[in-house]
Design a protein around this ligand. Structure first.
Ligand SMILES: Cc1cc2nc3c(=O)[nH]c(=O)nc-3n(C[C@H](O)[C@H](O)[C@H](O)COP(=O)(O)OP(=O)(O)OC[C@H]3O[C@@H](n4cnc5c(N)ncnc54)[C@H](O)[C@@H]3O)c2cc1C
Ligand code: SF4
Length: 479
């Protein structure tokens, strides 16, 4: 058992470096580290002024009760903080790691706005639930009683899993179908492990299956089983399939070897991290080691690609974006992280083709400037005549965004209504589609979005389904 070491917060920074070197692998170290982390979380949480106008809470898509769990953390009451935190968020430790807090809760903290640096809400949220896992406070779901209704969920990303969790807690029989071999969606195969460690999603999957959620992996709906079969089998269906069609680039040389899609690149890297045998990674096709890498795009996916390439040992990593820094769609924090890690950003640069024979050797780049605003008010990039040059590259990663697959065609369901962008039409509150008993949540409705929004949709759809079940009042199964 670890020795009890009494320390004041102020002692710890002084002690830590020596302890790390001398005692890094002992239980004493673990205990000291735990106390340091407790103290640090409490110190950060105590910076919350309990301002009475919790903009952080309004700007969190889940309206998490942030001031209350900060107060409890500051008082060292972590178990209670966890109870409050998990009441509104299915995966608090995941959101704490990967929400773009600078655009959501933290960006709206009044302390941040008064120029004193935000309370680090995300890190504290992560800390509370990581502690809960460590202490055994997170338990498998145990419904008070079983219900007879069943729900089929297509897609095991955050949207589908959040719905599964809430429905199962209410005793509903839940089956999740996914074409991947692991549950988690983009949380496992899109987002890199240095932002969201793989074990974090894995333990949630285990918690769900131990709680009675049936996770049916390697089932591609539309191929291995039809949508109609799923609809016939269950009392309600939730579509949570995300968006996976990558936007592409045309132009001379677009078909050369070494020009790859962001999601293929990231999936290979994630599978490798998980210990899978990945031939395209091992033969170098989807591995940046020793290469001059150019990533095209300015969103969060592009940031994940550049940061992954740095970690794989690329000799240089450049990011081309056709607008300027201020107009990048990705999080400023992520861009800054990438810069600090050695990524070079080439602003106002658009690809117009590729050089090379067989394999890519360079990207033909047009220099751009920002012109008149378009219909959305954003300045449109326009080419500067005579500004072309070639950017050397052995690996080009296209990170230009994603669109929905054509679900009505793939599933032979013309009556499944989609918008002109191909996203599934659903009521914004209940998430029910015009097809009775069929709900849709997450990216397949919103277009490429965020984990936290998918969680919110999944939870709301589950609530709507439960109200529907209550209204039709099927008998409950034996207790
Ligand atoms: C590279 C990358 C990085 C990102 N980083 C962040 C980040 O840092 N923070 C953040 O908040 N968001 C981030 N996002 C966005 C976030 O991952 C998504 O918004 C979120 O995962 C959407 O959840 P979802 O449940 O709607 O879909 P997904 O997570 O995409 O899950 C959909 C699931 O449906 C399955 N599926 C699809 N079609 C079928 C079918 N026909 N049959 C069976 N199964 C099917 C898929 O296999 C997948 O498992 C990132 C996205 C990408 C691509
Ligand atoms: S869920 Fe996201 S936005 Fe909400 S408090 Fe947590 S980190 Fe902030």
């Amino acid at each position: 058992m670890a020795k009890q070491v009494m320390l004041k917060f102020t002692d710890v920074p002084r002690l830590m470096p020596e302890k790390r070197e001398a005692d890094a692998r002992t239980e004493d170290f673990d205990e000291i580290y735990r106390q340091f982390a407790d103290a640090k979380a409490a110190e950060q949480a105590s910076r919350c002024s309990q301002c009475g106008v919790p903009f952080c809470q309004t700007h969190c898509p889940l309206h998490n009760n942030i001031p209350d769990w900060l107060k409890l953390t500051a008082e060292g009451r972590l178990h209670e903080a966890y109870e409050i935190s998990q009441a509104t968020n299915t995966f608090p430790e995941i959101c704490g790691r990967i929400c773009p807090q600078d655009r959501l809760c933290e960006g709206n903290c009044v302390i941040e706005q008064s120029g004193h640096g935000t309370v680090t809400i995300g890190s504290i949220e992560k800390y509370i639930t990581d502690t809960a896992w460590e202490k055994g406070w997170v338990k498998p779901i145990q419904p008070a009683r079983e219900r007879t209704e069943s729900v089929g969920i297509i897609g095991a990303g955050p949207g589908g899993l959040a719905a599964a969790d809430m429905l199962r807690r209410a005793g509903v029989q839940v089956t999740v179908y996914d074409r991947y071999d692991r549950a988690g969606g983009l949380m496992v195969y899109g987002i890199p492990g240095f932002k969201l460690e793989k074990y974090v999603t894995e333990r949630r999957n285990t918690q769900l299956s131990e709680g009675g959620v049936e996770l049916r992996m390697n089932v591609n709906v539309g191929e291995d089983i039809s949508f109609s079969d799923i609809k016939d089998k269950h009392d309600a269906v939730v579509i949570a399939t995300g968006v996976y069609k990558s936007r592409d680039l045309a132009g001379p040389g677009a078909g050369l070897g070494g020009i790859v899609r962001a999601l293929d690149y990231l999936t290979a890297s994630n599978k490798h991290t998980l210990g899978d045998h990945v031939p395209e990674f091992e033969n170098g096709e989807l591995n940046a080691e020793g290469k001059r890498v150019v990533v095209i795009g300015g969103g969060d996916t592009a940031m994940d690609c550049v940061r992954t390439a740095i970690r794989q040992g690329a000799t240089s990593v450049k990011c081309l974006y056709r607008r300027d820094r201020a107009n990048m769609p990705g999080s400023q924090r992520e861009t800054q992280n990438a810069e600090e890690e050695g990524v070079e950003f080439v602003w106002l640069a658009a690809p117009k083709g590729f050089t090379g024979e067989g394999s890519v050797k360079g990207v033909m780049v047009s220099k751009m400037r920002l012109g008149a605003p378009d219909a959305t008010g954003r300045q449109s990039p326009e080419e500067i005549p005579g500004g072309d040059y070639v950017e050397d590259a052995d690996l080009v990663i296209k990170a230009l965004g994603f669109e929905p697959e054509d679900l009505p065609a793939l599933w032979g369901q013309p009556e499944l209504e989609v918008t002109r962008w191909g996203t599934v039409k659903a009521d914004f509150r209940t998430h029910e589609t015009p097809m009775k008993g069929v709900y849709a949540v997450g990216d397949i409705v919103r277009g490429a979005s965020l984990v936290v929004w998918a969680i919110r949709d999944g939870r709301e759809a589950a609530e709507a389904i439960l109200s529907q079940f209550a209204a039709t009042s099927k008998p409950v199964a034996a207790e």
